[in-house]
Ligand binder design. Structure first.
Ligand SMILES: C[S@@+](CC[C@H](N)C(=O)[O-])C[C@H]1O[C@@H](n2cnc3c(N)ncnc32)[C@H](O)[C@@H]1O
Length: 229
C-alpha cells in the first residue's frame, strides 16, 4: 500500500471483495486482524461477511462454549471457522448450504493455513437445512438465512433441543409469523420478537443482542438454549 495515499474510510458494510490490497487494513496482532489477513489472501470474501461473522461469533462464544458447530445456510462458511478458532473445545463443525460457493474452498484453505489445528475438522456439505442431522449437544448457527429459512433453522434446533443463534434477514410479512404484534411493532421487528417468544414457549432461555448497525441493518442476534441445560 502506498503510505502517502489518503486512507479512504473502510466501510464494514461494503460488499467489495477483500483482496491482498487490503492486507494493510489488518496490521495488528489481534485474532481479528489475523483472520482479516487470511481472508484477504483468499481474495474472494465480501468485506461485510468478515465483519458479520466476527461480530456474531464473538457474541455466540461469550454465551455458548463447546459442542459441534452446525452452520446452516453457511455461504462461505467463515462463521464456522471463526467459532472453531474462538473455542477449541468444539471438536468439529459442519457448514451446510444448498449451494456452497466455489470460493468457500479458498476461505477454508486460507483459514487452515493460518490455523493448522482446524484442518479436517470443518466439513462443507451441499445440503438443504432439513437434510442436516442435528443433535442435542450441537450449536446451531445461521447468519442471514433469508425469510422463513431462519424459522426452519430454529425448528431444526428446537426439534433436537440444541442451542441456537441466528441473525435473521429478509423477514417476509406474508410468510413469517408476526404473533399479532404488528399493531404495535414494526412488522419486521414483530417477526423477530415472535421468534424469540416461540423459543421461550419451547422452554428455551432467550437472549437478544445487536451487532453494530454500521455493518448491517439486519443486526438482531437471537441466542437461545434449552433452559434445562
Ligand atoms: C444471504 S445468504 C447467507 C450466507 C451466509 N450465511 C452469510 O452470512 O454470508 C443465504 C444462504 O442460504 C442458502 N440457502 C437457501 N435456501 C437454503 C436451504 N433450503 N438450505 C440450505 N441453504 C439454503 C443460500 O444458498 C445462501 O448461501
Amino acid at each position: 500500500m502506498n503510505p502517502s495515499a489518503p486512507r479512504l474510510p473502510f466501510d464494514p458494510s461494503s460488499r467489495s471483495r477483500l483482496t491482498r490490497r487490503d492486507l494493510g487494513r489488518f496490521p495488528d496482532g489481534s485474532l481479528f486482524h489475523a483472520i482479516g489477513r487470511a481472508v484477504c489472501e483468499a481474495e474472494c470474501l465480501p468485506r461485510k461477511e468478515l465483519f458479520e461473522a466476527w461480530e456474531v461469533a464473538r457474541r455466540v462464544r461469550r454465551r455458548f462454549r463447546g459442542g459441534r458447530i452446525v452452520d446452516l445456510a453457511c455461504g462461505h462458511g467463515l462463521l464456522a471457522h471463526i467459532l472453531m478458532l474462538l473455542d477449541d473445545t468444539s471438536p468439529r463443525a459442519i457448514a451446510a448450504d444448498i449451494r456452497i460457493p466455489i470460493s468457500a474452498a479458498k476461505i477454508a484453505e486460507a483459514m487452515v493455513r493460518g490455523w493448522p489445528r482446524i484442518e479436517g475438522r470443518i466439513e462443507r456439505v451441499e445440503r438443504r437445512i432439513e437434510e442436516v442431522d442435528v443433535g442435542p449437544e450441537d450449536l446451531v448457527v445461521s447468519v442471514h438465512a433469508c425469510g422463513t429459512l431462519t424459522d426452519r433453522v430454529i425448528e431444526r434446533a428446537v426439534a433436537a433441543s440444541a442451542r441456537v443463534a441466528v441473525l435473521p434477514c429478509c423477514q417476509d410479512v406474508r410468510l413469517c409469523a408476526t404473533g399479532g404484534l404488528e399493531g404495535w411493532l414494526d412488522p419486521v421487528l414483530a417477526i423477530d420478537v415472535e421468534r424469540a417468544m416461540r423459543l421461550r414457549l419451547h422452554g428455551y432461555t432467550v437472549r437478544t443482542e445487536l451487532i453494530p448497525h454500521a455493518i448491517t441493518e439486519k443486526n438482531r442476534l437471537l441466542l437461545a438454549e434449552p433452559a434445562a441445560r
